[in-house]
Design a binder for this molecule. Sequence first.
Ligand code: PLP
Length: 414
Amino acid sequence: MGDPARLVKTDDASGRGSAMGYRVSPPARMRRYAEDEVDAVVEVMVEAEAQTQGRYLRQFEADFKAQMGANHAFAVDNCTNALRLAAILCRLAPGDEVIIPAYTFCATAIPFGASGAKIVWADIDRNTWVVDPRDIERKITSRTKAIVAVHLLGMPADMPAILSITERHGLRVIEDCAQSPGASIGGKQVGTFGDFGCFSFHGAKNMTTLGEGGMLAVRSDADALLAAGLRHNGVRAYAPDRPRYWVPAMSDVDIDIEGVWPNNFCIGEAQCALGSVALRRLEETNNTLIDQAMRLRAALAAVEEISFARVPQGFRHIFHAFVLHFDGSRFGKNRDDLLDLLTTQYGIRAIVQYHPLYRYPLFQKLGAGEHDCPTLEGWWDNSFSLPWWCGMPEETMDYLVSSLQSAIAQLRSG
Ligand SMILES: Cc1ncc(COP(=O)(O)O)c(C=O)c1O
């Protein structure tokens, strides 16, 4: 990593590289659009006067609040900016510390690093592979101001345990739900436990709004009052009934938090119209992914070298990705030996999604390279993902299972 000789110049902005030549490779999106989703976008193109900031935005936010049980919801252009708004609303400043799981996508941490606060990396739980509440507690200092819980891969982080710690210490809680819309604990949706829930509708997610999109769920009325202006260049309406509508101007522009410049994090009407329809399909998508995951897990249960995250009782994991751990230590083999076989002999483009974030040059160069995450260090180097999408054909799943079984048998016999 970071070695210029290994950096490949590419116009593949997804970072996934070429899928050419593989029999099974991860697609760039989770599922195809349904007809009513296409119709929703076309309706806005043809019928809607306002192309942004209109009734589809209000409807999408209302639908999202109702479906997720959120107090307030603000649709934004992506989850990174939902996280950025959360960081701003936490009023983070240099000298503050924010505890963030080291195992996640870089966008979880970048907005907090950009706030000037120090990132303190939290370890994963050895059973669930998401953030370990006990490690969060161990890393709290007098400077800690907020913690970020990531419901990674579709698995809920243990919010009841996290909240019992953060409430004792008076900390702000941000949930990164980019990979987990519809995941829940005891029937309560992720994103509604903490102060803020940040959702992504990126093209590869379980629901998408034309490739980009996001939502900020907000718990308190006080935070919600500030979010609209921060999202939209500080714009606020004058009273609509003034005698001369143009006096003094169309709208006022002001600040919401002392010293903080607002920005434009808005999302267009076509994306919002699609979002309302996609929300109604989310359950079906998640249920299909859960069924597929259960099938694959059952078929691989007898392969003793393979293990999966344990889903705690009452937790709903929605399987945004299908991640496995391989332990070939008995016969001196590791994940990379297995992936060499899967990719070259079986044509399965298994992937390793992200490094622990402190291993990336970005975080090392910006002062966030320090870490103490022994469980993640011990687990990560032998973890990987299989190609995964909603509606994977039975024969593809059978092929994944039989290929894994035979590749591991090959490694066992040297
Ligand atoms: C865990 C996590 N957090 C944040 C993000 C950022 O989402 P977006 O691409 O909508 O900015 C992603 C997206 O890939 C993600 O997987």
